[in-house]
Design a protein around this ligand. Structure first.
Ligand code: SAM
Ligand code: SF4
Length: 403
């Protein structure tokens, strides 16, 4: 979401006549987009803000602005904490000191062949550990017509794939007059010429419905890939997290998805070391991951966040060393599972949308979301190519153009 918002802010600044620079010291304007989902991310952005203080003493000091989830409603406190910052913008807010009224959504000027499109802002779920609803506010969906027009324009500018974004894409539309849902939006977008792939994230297990699963199975442009965060494999922990589903209902949901869309690629998110998580409860998470075998797992150690009910009511009592050990255990297990899953692609041919070049090699993603590298002369950015896989690892695939 931050990346999508940064791309759009950058584009807005370019509309206003700014040009990108390569170093902070050359800039007239510096905007930092912050994430505070965990303490570590917050520490990094705070260090960055402080490091920029010295530029304010230069002969031509830049304007300094901070946006993203560090910016809460108490900007007076932030101004006191960082007096050298000129402007604080809440997530998604526009630079009101430069533009008087909210501009029409500004699209990335040179969009990537695969471009993020936010469809719903904020979150109403208030999982006990998560700061997002406090910083990004309640859910607010963008109208279907606005998204459709935007995706048509992106297609006109050469975009081939759109990745629809929301903290909980399953609740898209409930706050709009006609109450459209994600499935409705997918049908609309599937009809847009030029767009060949549609992805979306993140789905919440308690809100995912059969209509959506059917749409993934049926709509040709919708990629068979889903991020379905489970967070923990124990019912008591899930209840304390306020997730609104049980391990068994999650298991059944995964089975339902896999029976209707057999070749679907699935990923999940896990938090380890939630307050009072016992060894047995952690083991239940490990067992669940071993049983369900995801293509990828994003694992994080629990970090108490301001305002959240977990931080206010529960002691952060799993020692850091135990949290780290649990994180390592899951990463090791997942490495093994991903090695096996990706290994099955050896010798197979996958369709890749070419997104860029890194160290002389092209890279892009397969329809199931796997990162693929290959070497080839000529200009291939934005092209769809067939790549025969010759080497696999848990994180990426390598191959050569085929046919
Ligand atoms: N909305 C999505 C969901 O419900 O799963 C995820 C959005 S959240 C911003 C991204 C991930 O960050 C979560 O899935 C969770 O695993 C992790 N996360 C959020 N708060 C956290 C915390 N306090 N400590 C550790 N990880 C956290
Ligand atoms: Fe945070 Fe996701 Fe829960 Fe919303 S659904 S509170 S974004 S973890």
């Amino acid at each position: 979401m931050n990346r999508a918002e940064s791309e759009r802010l950058e584009s807005l600044f370019q509309h206003l006549g700014y040009l990108p620079t390569t170093t902070a010291s050359e800039a007239d304007l510096i905007v930092l987009n912050s994430c505070v989902v965990r303490q570590h991310a917050e520490d990094r952005i705070v260090n960055k803000i402080n490091a920029l203080k010295k530029l304010k003493n230069s002969p031509q000091p830049p304007t300094l602005a901070v946006t993203g989830c560090l910016v809460d409603s108490n900007t007076t406190r932030l101004k006191h904490r960082f007096p050298h910052v000129d402007h604080f913008l809440k997530p998604g807010e526009y630079p009101t000191w430069l533009v008087k009224s909210k501009p029409f959504p500004i699209l990335p000027q040179q969009p990537s062949p695969s471009t993020y499109v936010p469809i719903i802002q904020g979150c109403n779920n208030f999982c006990s550990y998560c700061v997002v609803p406090y910083r990004r506010g309640r859910e607010k969906s963008r109208p279907v017509s606005e998204i459709v027009n935007e995706v048509k324009e992106l297609a006109r500018r050469g975009v081939k794939e759109v990745v629809l974004l929301g903290q909980n894409v399953d609740s898209y539309g409930h706050d709009l007059p006609d109450k459209p849902d994600l499935t409705h939006l997918l049908y609309e977008l599937n009809g847009i010429d030029g767009i060949v792939r549609i992805r979306f994230l993140t789905n919440h297990p308690k809100d995912m419905n059969n209509r959506l699963i059917e749409a993934i199975a049926k709509l040709g442009k919708v990629c068979r890939q889903i991020n379905l965060p489970v967070q923990a494999g124990d019912d008591k922990v899930l209840k304390a997290m306020g997730r609104g589903y049980s391990v068994e209902s999650y298991r059944q949901l995964v089975a339902r998805i896999r029976s209707q869309v057999p070749d679907i690629s699935m990923s999940t998110d896990i938090v380890v070391g939630f307050p009072s998580e016992s060894e047995e409860q952690f083991q239940a998470t490990v067992d669940l991951l071993r049983e369900l075998r995801f293509d990828s797992v994003h694992v994080a150690t629990y970090s108490p966040r301001p305002d959240t009910t977990a931080a206010r009511n529960l002691e952060d009592n799993v020692p850091p060393s135990v949290k780290k050990e649990r994180l390592d255990t899951i990463e090791r297990l997942q490495k093994k599972i991903a090695t096996e899953i990706n290994g099955q692609l050896l010798g197979k041919t996958v369709e890749v949308l070419v997104e860029g070049k890194r160290k002389g090699r092209w890279h892009g993603r397969s329809r199931s979301g796997k990162l693929v590298f290959f070497s080839e002369n000529g200009e291939l950015l934005g092209k769809i190519v067939k790549v025969k896989i010759e080497k696999t690892s848990p994180w990426a695939l390598q191959g050569r153009i085929y046919g």
